[in-house]
Design a binder for this molecule. Structure first.
Ligand code: FMN
Length: 194
């Protein structure tokens, strides 16, 4: 499998999802899989948040695009094509206010593109990303993954399903504020068992 690794924590050394993404990467590499791309959503400075010019670009005829909008679309094309080309994804997902970080949400907006990752059809939208696998490590402070206020896992399951990806494995590194060590140990065991 060609794997795209995505990190979306603004924390660096202190980040639990990054630490566990390293463990997961090593595990999958030991099984003969390759990391063929990495995206570090805050540190690669791929995304500037809250950019109204970006979103209007998708609804503007190409002859009317500003230079900024053209650059935005080219950047989105690059990310969406890269995403569509991978066989699998390992994604570090910190929970922020019960959902994903702003950078991960913006990245999702950039890679979810009609004609690349899904198509509109008379029967409704159809995901184009088939036979792919997602591993998502969800790190939280006090919210249990799978609880009724965990909006990360149902959101990601719905989003990836919309894009055609039904094979989604969540690895919980939750309740880190109670015990960082216990949370990392639990998640590491889950990774070992993959
Ligand atoms: C702005 C912000 C919002 C957060 N919101 C939540 C939350 O809703 N629920 C929760 O359990 N933890 C929350 N946390 C704690 C993080 O999920 C926790 O620190 C996690 O380890 C972050 O992942 P990271 O270590 O990879 O950065 C929040 C942290 C920050 C900074």
């Amino acid at each position: 499998m060609n794997i795209l690794r995505i990190d979306s924590s603004p924390m660096k050394e202190a980040s639990i999802s990054r630490e566990l993404n390293d463990v997961l990467q090593k595990k999958l590499e030991s099984q003969g899989h390759l990391i063929t791309g990495t995206r570090d959503l805050y540190y690669d400075e791929l995304v500037s948040l809250g950019d109204k010019e970006r979103y209007s670009a998708f609804f503007t005829p190409s002859e009317n695009l500003t230079d900024v909008q053209r650059t935005e679309i080219e950047g989105s094309n690059e990310l969406a094509i890269e995403f569509a080309a991978a066989d699998a994804y390992i994604i570090g997902v910190p929970m922020y206010n019960f959902t994903v970080t702003a950078a991960l949400k913006t990245y999702i907006d950039l890679i979810s593109r009609a004609g690349i990752s899904f198509n509109y059809t008379p029967e409704g939208p159809v995901g184009l990303l088939k036979n792919k696998k997602v591993y998502a490590i969800i790190s939280t402070g006090g919210t249990p993954v799978g609880s009724e206020v965990d909006f990360v896992s149902p959101y990601l399951k719905t989003l990836f399903g919309f894009l055609g990806i039904t094979d989604v494995t969540f690895i919980a590194a939750d309740l880190t504020s109670q015990s960082r060590e216990a949370s990392i140990e639990k998640a590491t065991k889950a990774i070992d068992a993959l």
